[in-house]
Write a protein that binds this ligand. Sequence first.
Ligand SMILES: *Cc1c(COP(=O)(O)O)cnc(C)c1O
Length: 410
Amino acid sequence: MVKKIKLAILGEEPSFPEKIELTQPSTPNLEELTPALQEIIDRRWLTNDGKFLKSFELDLKNYLESSCCRVFCNGTIALNVASRALEFSGEVITTPFTFSATVHSLSWNSLTPVFCDIDPETYNLDPGKLEPLITPKTTGILGVHIFGNPCEVEKIEAIARKHNLKVIYDAAHSFGVKLNGKSIAGFGDASVFSFHATKIFNTLEGGCITCSDLDLNRMIGYLRNFGIRRESDIVEMGINGKMDEFRAAVGGINLKRVSTSIQKREALVMRYKEAFKDILGLNFQKMTEGTSPNYCYFTIKISANEFGLSRDEVYLCMRSEGVMVRKYFWPLCSDFPIYQNLPSARREALPNAVKVSEEILALPLYDELTIEDQDKIINLVKGLCDRSKEIKVALKSLNVDKLNIELVPD
Ligand SMILES: *Cc1c(COP(=O)(O)O)cnc(C)c1O
């Protein structure tokens, strides 16, 4: 008989009294960073197309194999600018299973998001459900390569061509991903990346837009800089989307680390998958065929009937152990009070998105996650499964609100 694992939810000792975060950002060493910072200070050029920004943009263009790339202060402003540069109007079809910024970028542009259901295994837009949502007001599709899993780009883009729609991909999770050997930055009319601290590649805060159309790229440049073409010539209602020199310097240094990050995370993901492969009721995201992934997140989808505990129960147990798991992505964007009254937000029309968002859980994954800590996490998940009956009884008598479980503000 295997020894039962101790569980905090049952009043026993927690596995991680010090807490273990979902992710941990990569940062440059001070020795690497100092010369760059010194140079910026000496040059007294802090922002506005400085030397570090230009060089970072060039490095990114090469890395992402894109003919055009513009760096932004963050991914959300970049998404806003992409919608505007492509002249989206009326309705834009998107996924409810994403981070809020995707959908907000549409409403900030006075566009109506139209929610399309997802595939229950890839968690991406289901191309088979797009066409019935197209109306005379539809001008675009905003797809998300969720957790770095490429959308079915060929199908989406064929539908877009047929109906004369533009396509933007929110590639916030997809830095470094390839599809059939081609960089993920090369699909659709434009792709938007985020370099937020929690992403696989970060500039503290930051983002970029890639595209292949020079005119579009020029427009993105004006929109990023208040609509200014020349000093006396303001051609668009632009915004301030610029990235400063300090962050560009961090980006240049961190970019050299991305491939090592991907390798380290791949090894960890393989260990998770190996450990969980025979556990009933735990499923993994199905990657699109031909994908070279970046392993930015590791999620499990928990089927309560088979596993013995629901996702929410597992979440409470793991949080009480000090493991800062996240419900990525719950609630669905279509369930936010600001969007829930849209006709496309009806839950009956989005059954797969509803189910995935109720079953999904992201586990800690970052470059420096140690094998010892990962093993503790793995043993906890397995331990929960073994003690599910006791846990259910305990949860019934516990007042969950009184549990000392720290919730992360979103
Ligand atoms: C992180 C993220 C964004 C927003 O990027 P920021 O750089 O944080 O503004 C947009 N979409 C998705 C899917 C994201 O995960």
